[in-house]
Design a protein around this ligand. Sequence first.
Ligand SMILES: Cc1ncc(COP(=O)(O)O)c(C=O)c1O
Ligand SMILES: [Zn+2]
Length: 425
Amino acid sequence: MTGKFLGYRCSLCGTEYGPSEATYTCPKDGGNLDVVLDIESLRAKFQPSDISSRLDPSLWRYLPLLPVTEYPGDSTPLHAAGGTPVFALRRIGERLGLKQLWLKDESRNPTASFKDRASALVVARAREIEAEVIVTASTGNAGAALAGMAAAVGQKAVVLAPRTAPPAKIAQLLVFGATVLLVDGTYDDAFDLTLKAAEEFGWYCRNTGHNPFTAEGKKTAALEIWEWWQTAHKAWYQELGEGAEHPPLTVFVSVGDGNIISGLHKGFKDLLQLGWITRLPRLIGVQASGSAAIANAFHANTETITPVTAKTLADSISVDLPRDGVRAVRAARETGGTYVLVSDDEILRAVAELGLSGVFAEPAGATAHAGLLKALADGVVQRDDPILVLNTGSGLKDTHAAMRAVGNAPVVEPSIKALKEVLQK
Ligand SMILES: Cc1ncc(COP(=O)(O)O)c(C=O)c1O
Ligand SMILES: [Zn+2]
């Protein structure tokens, strides 16, 4: 096993395990396991410029900071995960009076969601431990990401998704050639069945949060944000002046199982431990009010996650029992962030507003933007705060929801008279 990958530490009881002493969650209490890296030796060996001078724009530019030795699938879609662009949301920023507003567009990943980051790492890990089959439960995106990344390197993948998943996501799974099973139940039912199947058939389980490598993949977005921020903030800080109180970067992210936000937190904590940053960006998690188990725990000031009966049109974040809830609560608490709740109507309005800035987000992706609007109205963020919103998935994943956000186009007879009439309305 690789020298930099020391093993795991339980997020609940703190017990440490060697790389082959645990695979998923803590054998003692089921807590999520954090990957432990040999930060001391990484700090001695690398400078930030050793990373930023790497020519590879994909997430594999961070290979020195990841718990795998190498990645399979050079020049394939597996190689292309990460490296997503950051855009200035100028028009929305002007409307809201925000001076510094950006969006990092994760829909530009190979299978069009943030989940490619996690699946890329899990596939790399699966190759190292010579797993024959990888299985995952998914609301759609994690499965599509696994199916796509696995197809790229000829790895077998099995995906269990709720039968209610949007058709485009199911089509993606099938096109990538995974064994696809539509569970007659919720995402949580699919999750539990996947755990049993992995045990029964000896498959390697990718389940979000359950597999410690998912958060390691997701942390690469934090590493990208760090690299981007080093140049993006320069002009801004100059304007504020030497020695001024600089507000931290605030990052808005939608939350279902809580693994994206905990992965981001892990990435920033790694950077802090390396001494490459001096403070953590503020992480604000956004949940749909119909699927708010983590936000509820955060606001009740507890780490006990009480399941809900999830109901939201943002299918990717519709989760009864979040599988990375404790770390997700801490991600906001330990960074000075918070949790914000938004309604389905607010999510649809955010889909429409992002569209007017040239960004096509699925409901769960636009949830982060809806959360920004809410946080601004509630005074949680200030107009001087530099803000980065993550769009975690493409609007093409769920065109039904997109149409609900914007309504149908009028039909016109093919004559200029009819066209004029319609345009005048
Ligand atoms: C588009 C999108 N956004 C947000 C999330 C939430 O991520 P997590 O479940 O890790 O909180 C998901 C998860 O499936 C997703 O697909
Ligand atoms: Zn434990």
